[in-house]
Design a protein around this ligand. Structure first.
Ligand SMILES: *Cc1c(COP(=O)(O)O)cnc(C)c1O
Length: 478
């Protein structure tokens, strides 16, 4: 007997299995609505069902898929359910999934222009399209001194922005000699934890990150920022970076970019984290949140949250690409190309990893499928649904709006206090009929309803409201 040499799935087998998987995904979208959004499993339950060792002999694909159904699906949190209102929507769409399939099918590495010219050039084009779609300043276009790049996440984007800022202020000596201890960065108390993580990774340190106070709407207070900067300057510190948030994680509060930028000296790098809310700028009527953005050095938002593009896809723009490249580029001989020398974009210099996926495809598929008009229409519908929900809360005698609705996010709490609010949220989530999450605002336990799933309609939001109201009435009785 000759040993078997070819273990690969054949093209014919792939053709058949691939079609089955597409059907499987389509079926999933048909039944996901009927499922409890959060699975009723305990830590370790899924693992305990799976074989601890890998198979010695390969198995037929059908067996793998039946294990997906039997062993994996019971532990899936259904982010694509129309009843998912927690954290942030991580929405997707069929055009996006198809773009992801093509990207996986091509399996290219787009680290430098030469390793796949289309991967680089389509990304450059799509990012320029996004500038137009969101009405962002022309300084972020690749045709000028700036440009955009697709990162995995907003966390990577804020880190790269901070590194570029660090090297700009130290004229490259941060990289060469280490980070001076007098650099200070600013963000608000409501900023995402990724800013603090970036400060750690960039060698700035927790103690050199100022968390600036916010006003009653949870937006950064520019007067408090001015005071913090003055104190730091008086103490011999060097302010070099600020991250303003357009749409904070807890309540989607909007830091006032214009007023913040008025406080800053040109040497301070202004990064805008619009990870969640940025998508709303596809609609001109929501672009007020970007007022003053012309003064920003960098900007980031996540189409993988609210623009129908599956994770991961985070758009990061800089006004001066040389500042970013200067901080991150290291050119070993094996990556040297004539095209790079002639000025072609090598996106490896715009990010932390070397390797990169062809993410632009899925975003290109999405934008071409929906058009600006389609994206606007769906974002508007989500905001209208949140507006309805806000009205019900405002009219109820059970709940308070903890803060005014921002775009698609409603923050509310039971009038009787934290214990009631928490009990109500736990009860509603345990029903499996929907999933919402919580935060604390001014120390008040608060339920966050964020509307943004592709398939969410009025009936889902109405049912959610009915569940909250029922749970509140029952809590009163209990
Ligand atoms: C979601 C979110 C982030 C983090 O996003 P990742 O892409 O997962 O890193 C950062 N900032 C804000 C405002 C967010 O909403």
């Amino acid at each position: 007997m000759h040993p078997k040499l070819d273990y690969h799935m054949t093209t014919e087998e792939f053709r058949k299995a691939g079609k089955e998987v597409v059907d499987w995904i389509a079926d999933y979208y048909d039944w996901v609505e009927s499922q409890p959004v959060v699975p009723a499993v305990e830590p370790g339950d899924i693992l305990a069902q799976l074989p601890p060792l890998p198979p010695q002999k390969g198995e037929p694909f059908g067996r793998v898929m039946s294990d997906v159904d039997a062993l994996i699906m019971p532990g899936i949190t259904h982010w694509q359910s129309p009843n998912f209102f927690a954290y942030f929507p991580s929405n997707t769409s069929f055009p996006s999934i198809l773009g992801e399939m093509v990207s996986a099918g091509l399996g290219v590495q787009g680290m430098v222009w030469k390793t796949s010219p289309s991967c680089t050039e389509l990304e450059t084009l799509v990012m320029d399209w996004v500038v137009d779609l969101l009405g962002l300043p022309a300084r972020f276009l690749s045709t000028g001194s700036g440009g955009g790049v697709i990162h995995d996440t907003a966390s990577s984007a804020v880190l790269c922005a901070m590194l570029a800022a660090r090297e700009r202020i130290t004229k490259g000596s941060g990289n060469a000699k280490g980070v001076p201890a007098n650099l200070v960065a600013y963000t608000s108390t409501q900023a995402h934890s990724s800013v603090q993580k970036a400060a750690r990774i960039a060698g700035i340190g927790d103690e050199n990150l100022r968390l600036v106070d916010v006003d009653a709407s949870f937006a950064m207070d520019p007067a408090a920022l001015r005071r913090a900067i003055q104190e730091d300057l008086a103490a011999g510190k060097t302010p070099f970076f600020i991250c303003a948030t357009v749409g904070t994680t807890s309540s989607l509060a909007m830091d006032p970019i214009q007023a913040i930028s008025d406080v800053l000296d040109e040497s301070v790098w202004l990064h805008i984290d619009a990870a969640m809310a940025g998508s709303a700028a596809v609609c001109p009527e929501f672009r007020d949140m970007h007022a003053g953005i012309e003064g920003a050095d960098s900007y980031c938002f996540n189409p993988h949250k609210w623009l129908f593009t599956n994770f991961d896809c985070s758009c990061f723009f800089v006004a001066d690409r040389n500042a970013l490249i200067g901080a991150l580029s290291i050119l070993p001989e094996y990556l040297r190309t004539a095209e790079h020398a002639a000025g072609a974009i090598d996106y490896r210099d715009w990010q932390v990893p070397l390797g990169r996926r062809f993410r632009a495809l899925k975003l290109w598929f999405v934008i071409r499928h929906y058009g600006a008009e389609g994206l606007q229409s769906h974002v508007r519908q989500h905001i209208e649904l949140a507006k309805e929900f806000e009205r019900w809360v405002a009219e109820s005698d059970q709940f308070d709006l903890v803060v005014k609705r921002s775009l698609n996010t409603v923050c509310f709490a039971d009038k009787r206090g934290d214990q009631a609010t928490k009990a109500i949220l736990d009860k509603v989530n345990a029903s499996g009929k929907l999933f919402a999450s919580h935060t604390k605002l001014n120390d008040r336990y608060t339920i966050r309803m964020m509307v943004g799933q592709r398939t969410t309609e009025l009936r889902h939001v109405r049912t959610a409201w009915e569940r909250f109201s029922e749970a509140a009435s029952e809590y009163r009785k209990g």
